[in-house]
Design a protein around this ligand. Structure first.
Ligand code: 3H9
Length: 698
């Protein structure tokens, strides 16, 4: 008997409980344990039914993801589900928490399903580059038809137990004690002799032949747009289609082959890496040394785009927020920024008026700086300029209570210098929010040279409250994300001066999987920001380093991208995606000729080879210098803040999959053209020498 499954009898029912915290993942020991215990129940003449239930916080949340990529251990999950379904005793799945993936498939193998109203069910395998591989693609359509099944499996989004009941996956809902309700259900089945119905023999979902076919066609067309480049969603449709016309055994065989195909893709590897990377990034050394400080109220200095975004994120997480602006007109703007978003949420049905008033009751806009005195944390979100930030920090230092955490929202600036404006630099951290701060998930938490551990831990607590993905970043210009961006942005400008067009670079990057290319992104962010940065850094720039002036020439014309209607692209009538800027060619050609550059042709593959090499080389330095705690933190940063395609796992996972030796060879080849820009990262060199991967450092 193993200890991840427990067995007890209640009246005539055997209760088999999953005890594999935290989420009862269906690892090998759990799978064998379920089968062993079912056998015990089936051999006991006193037992007339079996309840499967999760211990702790949930019914199983799926297969054990850590096993993917390793050897397939028998019994596999499909065997377990079939074994459950073929039992002679009625099997009842009693669901609470989240029955996901293989967990829901176990429940579908059972003959009856009862769930707490608060439970959620779902088939999220697609987020891991997989499909439901333990019968889900065959059993759900037999109950719920093609449309609802495809929606559940291709979105991967869990649904409420109530919705599950509507589409006939859940038989009974309860708000009582789940085990009591399940035993009650079991007794009813025993007493009334309710016959067992195997899910695989149900047919109600198959009846609407025309509707099911239409659903398959519609889904394929929609995925061509929504899931371009992805593999698993299309295989899910194939499996659902197979379920409509095949016997259950043929269908299960088809599903198994498709599942193994998905399992073997690099997309699965990238997505599983991303799953664990984003959970790991919240694990920091400081958390083991100190508890976070109290954090229920915030003061935000500044009501502009960033300040109001941060305010909204904090209000929605249940905190009290004082927003400070310097005068009446500015605070009025801040209030309007906050209210506009809440009103939009109400109009879209995401928020009701009652919740809106509750949120606004915790919001206190003011022009009196002294009002920050009660806040547990103060976040400065003023203009990104060192002198201004230092002045604001002096003021914060004067009015903030002792013990408050003082934070600066900055994307590039030296957090030690900002902290030095106060008498309590060890209470200061940097918080790099991404715009819009109420939506974007990433939060870089920037650590100055000598912070209090509990200050760092409080930064991470803020992220948790706001449901953001935190990444611990060391202090350097641009931290993790913007530092790496500035390098591959520079590389993109080299590509253009050397012969590619911005459109060609953007297209290559989009085809790699990004939602937009670098020049589209610069236009969207505003070209004036980079221009100001370049001007500020002029005095410290290495005069021997190659400098491409194209973006400066564009800015000199007053073209700052989308906001001025012109940049690398043209935006007539405020369109979102730009069209070619006819005046750009002349600027680029004149820069090429000033620098004696004869334009070359670049293939898409070559563009990506250089783009990725520049990104990875800088990312390797970021890890080597301790700016990022681990390679996977760089991946998380680029995935959540910069649009790196999730199915590739992040730049350093991509590097491992591309092959570090090949990458080093690429960089050495480029180094011959420009030894200043292309300086091989010592970490890359070391990893290759020691035959290791970035993943070995995670
Ligand atoms: C599948 O089922 C395939 C089958 O169809 C076919 C097979 C043949 N395995 O997220 P949390 C860990 S594919 C292993 O922080 P929450 C997680 O890493 C699977 N570990 O908690 C973390 O570890 P740590 C389909 C898992 O409350 C800890 O548990 N299922 C698994 O915010 C807590 O997790 C899914 O894709 C797992 N399956 O959210 C569901 N799940 O503490 C994936 C979690 O060391 N899981 N861990 O960092 C989730 O979506 C969320 O974890 C869940 C809880 C919503 C359940």
């Amino acid at each position: 008997m193993n200890n991840v499954i427990s067995y007890q009898t209640i009246e005539q029912t055997a209760v088999i409980t999953f005890n594999n915290p935290p989420v009862n993942a269906l690892g090998h020991a759990v799978r064998s344990g379920v089968m062993e215990n079912l056998k015990i129940a089936s051999e006991d003449p006193k037992i007339k039914a079996v309840v499967l239930i999760g211990g702790g916080r949930t019914f199983p949340a799926g297969a054990d993801i850590t096993e993917f990529g390793g050897p397939l251990l028998e019994p596999g999950l499909p065997d377990v589900v079939n074994y459950i379904e073929n039992q002679k005793l009625p099997i009842i799945a009693a669901i609470h928490g989240t029955a996901l993936g293989g967990g829901l498939e176990i429940a579908l193998g059972a003959h009856f399903r009862i769930a707490l109203n608060s439970a959620k069910i779902g088939l999220p395998e697609v987020h891991l580059g997989l499909l439901p591989g333990a019968g889900g693609t065959q059993r759900v359509p037999r109950i719920a038809g093609a449309k609802a099944s495809i929606e559940l499996m291709t979105s991967g989004t869990p649904i409420s137990a109530g919705r599950g009941n509507k589409i006939d996956i859940i038989d009974r809902l309860t708000d009582s004690d789940l085990l009591d309700a399940a035993i009650h259900f079991s007794n009813e089945i025993i007493q009334k002799n309710i016959p067992i119905v195997k899910t695989s023999e149900r047919t109600e979902g198959l009846k609407d032949i025309k509707g099911n076919k239409q659903a398959i066609d519609d889904a394929r067309a929609a995925l061509e747009v929504k899931a371009k480049g992805l593999y698993a969603p299309f295989r899910i449709i194939d499996c659902v289609e197979a379920s409509l016309s095949s016997s259950i055994n043929e269908g299960l065989k088809y599903e198994r082959e498709a599942f193994i195909d998905c399992l073997n893709t690099p997309q699965r590897e990238g997505l599983v890496h991303a799953f664990f990377a984003e959970r790991k990034s919240a694990k920091i050394p400081e958390a083991g040394r100190a508890e976070p400080r109290q954090l229920s109220s915030l003061a935000v200095i500044g009501g502009g785009t960033m300040g109001s975004g941060i305010t909204l994120a904090a209000l929605k997480s249940g905190m009290h927020v004082v927003m400070v602006e310097q005068d009446d007109a500015s605070i009025a703007k801040g209030i309007s920024n906050v209210e506009k978003v809440l009103d939009r949420d109400v109009s879209k049905g995401r928020l009701d008026n009652e919740r809106k008033s509750e949120i606004l009751n915790r919001y206190r806009p003011t022009t009196n700086f002294k009002d920050i005195a009660s806040a547990d944390m103060i976040i400065e979100a003023v203009f990104e300029e060192m002198d201004i930030k230092k002045q604001v920090f002096q003021k914060i230092d004067k009015f903030a209570k002792q013990g408050a955490v003082l934070a600066s929202n900055t994307s590039y600036l030296d957090i030690d210098e900002i902290a030095s404006a106060t008498e309590r630099p060890q209470d200061v951290i940097g918080l790099h929010f991404f715009s819009p701060a109420n939506i974007m998930k990433l939060l870089e938490i920037v650590i100055p040279s000598n912070p209090n551990d509990d200050v760092v831990a409080t930064g991470f607590l803020l992220a948790k409250k706001m449901k953001k993905i935190p990444v611990r970043a060391g202090n350097c210009h641009g931290f993790i994300g913007n530092r790496i961006l500035s390098i591959y942005g520079e590389l993109a400008s080299y590509l253009v001066e050397d012969g590619a067009s911005p459109h060609q670079v953007d297209e290559a990057v989009r085809n790699f999987g990004y939602p937009m290319g670098p020049f589209q992104m610069f236009d969207m962010a505003g070209l004036d920001i980079g221009w100001a940065n370049r001007k500020a850094g002029k005095s410290t720039r290495d005069p021997n380093r190659r400098y491409v002036g194209i973006a400066d020439r564009i800015c000199e014309k007053g073209w700052f991208g989308q906001k001025t209607g012109k940049g690398f692209y043209d935006y007539p009538d405020g369109i979102r995606f730009g069209v070619e800027n006819p005046d750009l060619k002349e600027i680029i050609e004149s820069e090429r000729s000033n620098n004696n550059i004869t334009p070359k042709k670049f293939s898409e593959q070559e563009i990506i080879r250089r783009y990725m090499a520049a990104m990875i080389n800088e990312a390797a330095d970021v890890v080597d210098e301790g700016i990022a705690l681990r390679p996977s933190d760089v991946d998380v940063t680029l995935l959540y803040g910069y649009g790196f395609p999730r199915y590739r796992g992040g730049p350093l996972k991509y590097a491992d999959m591309y092959g570090l030796e090949k990458l080093v060879k690429d960089i050495k080849e480029f180094e011959k053209e420009d030894p200043i820009f292309w300086r091989l990262s010592p970490l890359l060199e070391r990893l290759v020498r020691e035959n290791k991967t970035f993943d070995s450092l995670n």
